[in-house]
Design a protein around this ligand. Structure first.
Ligand SMILES: Nc1nc2c(ncn2[C@@H]2O[C@H](COP(=O)(O)OP(=O)(O)O)[C@@H](O)[C@H]2O)c(=O)[nH]1
Ligand SMILES: [Mg+2]
Length: 443
């Protein structure tokens, strides 16, 4: 059984049990431990994860309408995500042009392959990218890059029979810049007599070309040894991101990922095959969801999160009295955002038509919620109590403080006044059910 299968088996056995009592939970934890050790996850990390799950299951009271099983599943899921670093990586447009990224790693880790994959990924996002082949120890690497990238319209700079890697990198950067590349990836050598000379050459190149970022490629098949390797490289040069490769070929990928995450480094990419498309931006949440192989995992999580989305009693009281403050509104937004990215929350709602909401719209809603929070933070207590006093000059001051446009401030005020009106109507209708359902979090 591979680790993923072991994990799934443990989980499905747990779900098949009549109740989620202590015995069932302990059995589940043992199953998870076995699976993680099989994946070469460090023993200390396994122990820490088990303790955290246990503690949470003991302390977290299931919200009304939610079974203990759901709570356990969520604790398992969230702790696994945490083990992998929790942070989702993004591929952003470079802040400056050209943005130079030097890619390092030991021989055979998958550097050249990863450089090609990342270049292709950037291209598909509409970013003009170029690649420098500066591995003078292995001339075939240059040919490998050209074959993969030139047909895709990605320029590759290299020098046949060159031996001066730093010189190639410098000339490559200026050549590709003149070709209009906004993102430049530099493939480097990894073949050295020993680690010390590799580190020295790498440092020298980094000092000469001063890349904006250094990416490190690590072979995922080495399991937990990936942790010390990441640390060794980081001691030599500042590592901006890490790619863990070959997760398709070994059961030890989980060990590599968790060991790297434990060093505090950020894993940006994972390699999942030999083809140029076989690369993913690393997202611990979707990685774990796939690992657990539970198609309904997401709905379990959302069910628990939604049930927790409760209006406090005090808030409900105020709403019932018709005094809905701006703070109440911001608090509601915070609660919703705490339940996960707003976009996911909205998509989880059982409202027909909503699932087809374009991603873009959902992202806008998320952006707006963030802006509202910033605006609220820039307001004086007086303005928070009575936002109607916000005139043009106050709006300008607040906007400056929050780093948003004046129109955003006005929008918040307008939205608040509308919400307040709605609350007043609710109060006038005096539906006894309103308050109760709000209290129960079903409003
Ligand atoms: N299965 C699989 N093979 C990979 C992956 N990444 C790289 N490889 C293979 O690993 C070997 C070494 O890759 P290469 O990019 O030349 O490594 P480099 O020496 O660090 O430049 C090649 O055979 C690649 O096809 C991956 O994610 N999955
Ligand atoms: Mg190479």
């Amino acid at each position: 059984m591979n680790p993923a299968e072991a994990l799934r088996a443990a989980l499905s056995k747990f779900l098949g049990r009549p109740t989620a009592d202590r015995e069932a939970t302990e059995e589940l934890i043992r199953g998870i431990q076995r699976a993680l050790l099989l994946a070469d996850v460090k023993v200390e990390l396994v122990k820490e994860l088990s303790d955290r799950i246990r503690k949470r299951v003991e302390e977290e009271e299931p919200p009304p309408g939610i079974s203990r099983k759901d709570v356990v599943v969520r604790a398992v899921y969230e702790e696994l995500v945490r083990l992998l670093g929790a942070k989702r990586s993004e591929l952003e447009r470079p802040p400056t042009k050209p943005y130079v990224v030097m890619v390092v790693g030991i021989q055979g880790s998958g550097k050249t392959t990863t450089v090609a994959k990342v270049a292709n990924l950037l291209r598909t996002r509409g970013i003009k990218v170029g690649v420098v082949g500066a591995d003078t120890y292995r001339p075939a690497a240059l040919e490998q890059l050209r074959q993969l990238l030139v047909p895709r319209g990605i320029p590759v700079y290299g020098e046949e029979n060159g031996s001066d890697a730093v010189g190639i990198a410098v000339r490559g950067i200026s050549h590709l810049t003149s070709q209009g590349c906004e993102y430049i990836l530099i493939d480097t050598a990894g073949r050295h007599r020993d680690q010390e000379s590799l580190m020295r050459e790498m440092r020298e190149m980094a000092e000469r070309i001063r890349p904006h970022e250094i990416g490190l490629v690590i072979d995922g098949t080495i399991g937990q040894a990936a942790g010390p390797q990441a640390e060794a490289f980081h001691r030599a040069v500042p590592i901006g991101w890490i790619a863990v490769t070959k997760l398709d070929t070994s059961a030890k990928g989980g060990g590599a990922l968790s060991a790297v995450a434990a060093t505090g480094a950020s894993i940006r990419f994972i390699g999942t095959g030999e083809r140029i498309e076989d690369i993913e931006l690393f997202d611990p949440e979707s990685y774990v969801a796939r690992l657990l192989g539970m198609p309904d995992l997401r709905s379990v999580l959302e069910r628990v999160r939604l049930a927790e989305l409760k209006v406090t009693e005090q808030q409900a009281e105020r709403i019932a009295r018709g005094t809905f403050t701006l703070e109440d509104m911001i608090e509601q937004l915070r609660q919703v955002r705490k339940a996960g990215p707003l976009s996911r929350f909205l998509r989880s709602l059982p409202i027909p038509g909503l699932p087809s909401l374009p991603e873009e719209e959902l992202e806008k809603a998320e952006e707006l919620a963030k802006k509202f929070e910033a605006i609220y933070n820039s307001m004086t207590p007086e303005e928070r109590r009575d936002p109607t006093i916000i005139d043009g000059s106050r709006a300008r001051r607040i906007a400056r403080g929050a780093g948003v446009r004046e129109g955003d401030v006005k929008r918040l005020v307008k939205q608040y006044l509308e919400a307040r009106k709605l609350v007043k109507t609710m109060r006038r209708s005096r539906l006894p059910g309103v308050r109760r359902s709000l209290l129960e979090g079903k409003g």
